[in-house]
Design a protein around this ligand. Sequence first.
Ligand SMILES: [Cu+2]
Length: 366
Amino acid sequence: MNETLPEGTLQLPPQWSTIAPEVDAMYYFIYWVSVVFTIAIFGAMVWFMWKYRRRPGVKSKQPGHATALEITWTFAPLILLVILFHEGFTGYVKGAVAPEDSLEVRVRGMQWNWEFEHRGGVIDDLNYLRVPVNTPVRLVMSSSDVLHSFFIPTMRVKRDVVPGMYSTLWFEATHRTPDITCESDEQCPEAMWCGKVPPGGTERKCSLPIFCTEYCGAPTGITASAFSEGGRNTNHSTMMGDLAVVTMEEYDAFIEEGPPPPPECESADDPAACWGENLHSNYCVACHSVDGVAQAPAPNWKGLYGNQRQFADGSSATADENYIRQSILQPQSQIVQGYSNVNMPPFRFSDRQLDAIIAYMRSLNE
Ligand SMILES: [Cu+2]
């Protein structure tokens, strides 16, 4: 991809979204109105100070009434304010209401990470958002704990993420982010930084920054210096994310395949089982043990694969691959006997991830 990237101005970062030119036009309009009025008002003040300065022998006269002048200075600003309101309001509505055909991505803010969930329940690596280029994307955002605020400067979007309610915003990216590996921010194009290693990758890449602009709490004893060592998201001021704009084909491939396996599993003896172990420790360890002993609050995984299962409704089945898939995707379809009082949440994984979990379960039997 050799397309030229947008450039910023002295005051504003490059325009990466379709709405950015309008936002900036509004900004500059208000800016220049302020500049002109500041100069006019201060100029008039200084000029009057000089013109009507105190002089010996000159007595001040009572000012008379100037109807034309009074009407002018009442209505001229009024018209200006009406224009400003109209422009601001239509712009706001446009930014608030996503186009019908928008692609939807769920965003969850939590202390101190962003989690992104895509079509089909595919959850990407924490703090990593990928969106297709030239496609309106609607973010449906919620918070698991406190008030956060989602901000992408280059897209000109920002909205509070409030506990107990959904908030939304949308944008359409106009350029694909170039593939540049990096070690420091200076190696990246304007307004990009050297982001984290993309899921499944091995090297850091330039990305567009995502910020949380709400003061969403800070643990004691952790400093922002962790940030400079590449370790982000250790407290409020480092609650950041990386945005990658990809092509529609790349995006679809990602949804199809799901997130790639962790790179450290590539060299493992059994890469699938390694990935499955990784998933277990991320999503399942709270309930499922793998030591063959603990049976609460959920069945132990050791010895599970290939075993005969008894269900609460009296039926039974062999724990083969199909059964395990079904148990993960629709846990309530067959409840294991003795476990009717704990509800396993439904998980949505890609086929590759499900295979990895099954491979891990099998490896536990060896
Ligand atoms: Cu936050």
